[in-house]
Design a protein around this ligand. Structure first.
Ligand SMILES: [Zn+2]
Length: 530
């Protein structure tokens, strides 16, 4: 069986997960679930980045031992991911022994390769970014990402990695593997950066206790970014479990935010080249999620808790949230979240469209056929042909990580089924005994279209699709794309009629909920800084 190893960025634990963090994990989860559906032996890695000075400071502020603080945050993160149905197979923390072993292994290899040397770093450092900044990057003397925060001027003994040595190997790699960095606009950004020349980078911090000591100089710790990148390899056994490493490395896909492409597409492959380890096959840099057109930030006070967003739409509210994030944002581009649009899409896509379709078809099957539908082979294949075309479009999109187009393809089938019902008018066919077979065929095809759409949407809305499959007389048990991801004109279906999957949000209700939750989530206008 082919395997597929994918990862997300690991998260700093100095604050709780918000909608932007959740966006990345949900999209990666959709890819992981899609790959499993396609029969890949899939390994989906997530984790927490704990060796940050911010984490250390935050723990001290709260009067906690840093590790105890990280334990507490791990529970918060795991709770959020479980709530959103994020199906990771492994969760790594950078304070774990397996990660320390991986970091020591890489550091040793780079040292042995002669790619690390001692020097003095003097310059700006933004503690919030945990990044060294060049004068030219600052805006009015401050970090562009942290406009209220003055970077620190530091001068300390550092070890440097000879990144400059890897300019040509990186160029060659990008030329030989055009798919390495996606989407295309980010690939071009990175190529320009490499063409502009690479400077050696500092990979250690002196005089700090919170971090992994360098194996060749334990008085320094590994710089947090250098440390963090290695998690992808240490999680699959680098330096500890060669068999496991052999099985899973290189990673097939790193899903990351567009702000950290330089670390992943330049520094990380150079580190691996120096360590004589294969580089990952692909890096995908997604865009940012804004709220009402504004960047989400703690400073602006407009962070949205994904659990609050999911809860707003009732039990299984994680599925409408997942659908919104995947379908409304073109994966790779930036996306915007507004409570109004979120409610509107819920009503349009789920309450009025998919949910209503499932209710109507199961109600008509109950009324006209006692809920039992058998395949009939005569008559028009119109809907079946649309279904087959949609599957082709869906797979092409999903294989290219155009997740929004995959979702749109599934909804094309749902729209076509609604139109098919309007055009064939089963309620009229039911009045004419001569049309009995035709009516059976229409209902069977409508139920089959719903089944197929539910299979396509399963990676995006796993819980709801399980329920839809039950209602159209099949099961999500052991779902495989090869068998279930195509039009099937076989087998009797016993449909189940049940309450609405997604009750419509009323206009009045919507307004009330919006007011409450805008306040709770600190939406702009209620908590914006003066
Ligand atoms: Zn910063």
């Amino acid at each position: 069986m082919s395997r597929f190893f994918l990862t997300t960025a690991i998260d700093y634990v100095n604050s709780r997960p918000h909608l932007g963090t959740a966006y990345e994990k949900i999209c990666a989860d959709v890819i992981a679930r899609y790959k499993r559906l396609c029969g890949f032996d899939t390994r989906f890695l997530m984790g927490n980045d704990e060796h940050s000075q911010n984490v250390f400071k935050k723990a001290v502020e709260e009067g906690l031992d840093p590790l105890a603080y990280c334990d507490q945050m791990e529970r918060e993160f795991r709770k959020t991911w479980a709530y959103l149905d994020v199906s990771f197979d492994d969760f790594i923390r950078t304070t774990e022994p397996r990660h320390k072993a991986g970091v020591s292994e890489i550091a040793k290899r780079l040292w042995d390769a002669g790619d690390i040397y001692e020097g003095v770093y003097e310059g700006w450092y933004c503690v919030s970014c945990e990044e060294f900044k060049q004068e030219k990057d600052l805006v009015n003397g401050n970090c562009p990402l942290h406009p209220t925060l003055k970077p620190e001027w530091i001068r300390e003994k550092n070890y440097f990695f000879r990144l400059s040595k890897y300019q040509q190997p990186l160029r060659d790699h990008f030329a030989a593997h055009p798919e390495f960095m996606q989407p295309e606009n980010r690939r071009n950004e990175i190529l320009r950066l490499i063409e502009g020349g690479l400077q050696d980078i500092s990979v250690s911090r002196a005089g700090q206790s919170w971090g992994i000591p360098l194996p060749f100089d334990p008085s320094s710790v590994v710089y947090v970014w250098f440390d963090a990148l290695i998690n992808y390899a240490s999680a699959v056994g680098l330096g500890v479990n060669p068999e496991m490493f052999e099985q899973w490395w290189p990673a097939d896909l790193h899903v990351i935010g567009k702000d950290i492409t330089r670390f992943h597409a330049v520094i990380w492959p150079a580190m691996l080249m120096s360590a004589k380890v294969a580089v990952p096959r692909q890096i995908f840099g997604h865009g940012f999620m804004t709220v009402d057109g504004q960047r989400m930030s703690k400073t602006l006070g407009n962070l949205i808790d994904p659990i609050v967003a999911a809860d707003r739409l009732g039990p299984q509210g994680q599925d409408p949230l997942r659908l919104y994030l995947v379908k409304e944002v073109s994966f790779g581009g930036d996306g915007d979240f507004t409570w109004e649009r979120y409610d509107e899409r819920y009503n349009v896509d789920l309450a009025n469209n998919l949910g209503n379709l499932v209710s109507r078809v199961s109600a008509m099957a109950a009324r006209y056929r006692n809920s039992r539908l058998t395949p009939v082979h005569e008559g028009s294949d119109q809907l079946a042909r649309i279904g087959e075309q949609v599957v082709v479009d869906y797979r092409r999109s999903m294989d290219a990580f155009a997740l929004h187009e995959g979702a749109a393809a599934a909804f094309r089938l749902i729209d076509a089924t609604n139109e098919f019902i309007a055009a064939t008018a089963p309620w009229t066919l039911a009045k004419d005994p001569a049309q009995a077979d035709r009516l059976t065929r229409v209902l069977f095809d409508a139920a089959e279209a719903i089944r197929l759409a539910a299979v396509l949407l399963e990676p995006i809305m796993p819980t709801s699709c399980r329920e839809i499959l039950r209602r159209v007389g099949t099961t999500a048990e052991g779902l495989t794309f090869d068998r279930d991801g195509r039009w099937r004109n076989d087998g009797e279906r016993v449909l189940a009629q049940d309450g609405p999957l997604w009750p419509r949000l009323g206009a009045k209700e919507t307004t009330t909920v919006t007011d409450n939750e805008s306040t709770a989530a600190g939406a702009p206008g209620t908590a914006a800084p003066a």
